[in-house]
Design a protein around this ligand. Structure first.
Ligand SMILES: Nc1ncnc2c1ncn2[C@@H]1O[C@H](COP(=O)(O)OP(=O)(O)OP(=O)(O)O)[C@@H](O)[C@H]1O
Ligand SMILES: [Mg+2]
Length: 250
């Protein structure tokens, strides 16, 4: 398969007043690759995802999605591009007053306004099937467990068949077994749909399952890059300390 660069981050910097959050970051993510982004709290991981999707402008530098520089796109071109990008926000909440069916129909109708009601129903059912929650279709979010809500939120973010998925802490707050299930779901979806993804996580269980490659943000820079084994097995004192303290042992 051709080596297609889905995301190119070129010399991106971002600061808030005196706080430099990203300092001249460059990075590429290729088609069907799963990149994991590590970093301590407050190191700019969520900011990086928001910049990639165009929710926040960088102070300098460029983001290219499939070769298109997002800062040069018109609003309608950016909207069209965003239809191909799924975003699972940190602490992603479902709409509490809507059923699961309505929660999933919502992005579908927005992205494909011409879809018929039966097409919407079919797509909702088949997507719930992917996360093994067909039976929850007419439930309210309050009737679901935390892990089920995460799976529904995941279903909602992939229902439009995005080519690129951005996950911000997809497994935070879940027990190790559910974390493993969600991570396996992410990797299965990615393989089945040939998705490219960037996942921010603090969770080594999740990262070990999903990552093809990982980077580590520190002091506003990409401080380390490699596969998970290289990073976790490193003798670097900072990485050793991070991996021994940051994660709940299995
Ligand atoms: N809109 C904003 N205005 C001002 N400061 C911001 C804004 N968004 C983020 N920041 C600051 O930028 C820094 C990086 O924030 P970010 O949310 O990217 O951290 P993070 O690495 O995702 O942390 P966590 O692991 O806790 O989610 C933080 O110090 C935060 O306070
Ligand atoms: Mg964050």
């Amino acid at each position: 398969m051709a080596d297609i660069r889905v995301v190119e981050i070129k010399n991106v910097s971002k600061r808030f007043d005196d706080l430099i959050v990203l300092d001249n970051i460059s990075l590429e993510v290729h088609r069907a690759e799963n990149l994991v982004v590590f970093g301590r709290s407050g190191q700019g991981k969520s900011v990086l995802l928001k910049i990639i999707i165009g929710l926040m402008p960088p102070d300098s530098g460029n983001i290219l999605i499939k070769g298109q520089n997002i800062s040069e796109l018109t609003v309608s071109e950016l909207n069209r591009l965003r239809k191909n990008i799924g975003f699972l926000f940190q602490g992603s909440a479902l709409y509490d007053s809507m059923t699961v069916r309505e929660n999933l129909s919502f992005p579908l109708k927005r992205t494909y306004p011409d879809m018929s009601q039966s097409e919407i129903t079919n797509k909702v059912v088949s997507t719930l099937d992917l996360v093994s929650l067909e039976d929850a279709i007419d439930k309210m979010p309050s009737e679901l467990s935390g892990g089920m809500k995460k799976r529904i939120a995941l279903a909602r973010s992939i229902i439009t068949d995005p080519e690129l998925m951005l996950y911000d802490e997809p497994t935070t707050g879940l027990d190790p077994i559910t974390t493993k299930e969600i991570s396996e779901l992410i990797i299965n979806l990615q393989k089945r749909l040939n998705m490219t993804s960037i996942a921010v996580t603090h969770d080594l269980i999740c990262a070990e399952i999903i990552a093809d490659r990982a980077i580590f943000l520190k002091d506003a820079k990409v401080a380390y890059e490699g596969n998970i084994k290289e990073l976790t097995g490193s003798n670097d004192p900072f990485l050793k300390n991070f991996f021994s303290h940051e994660f709940v042992p299995q």
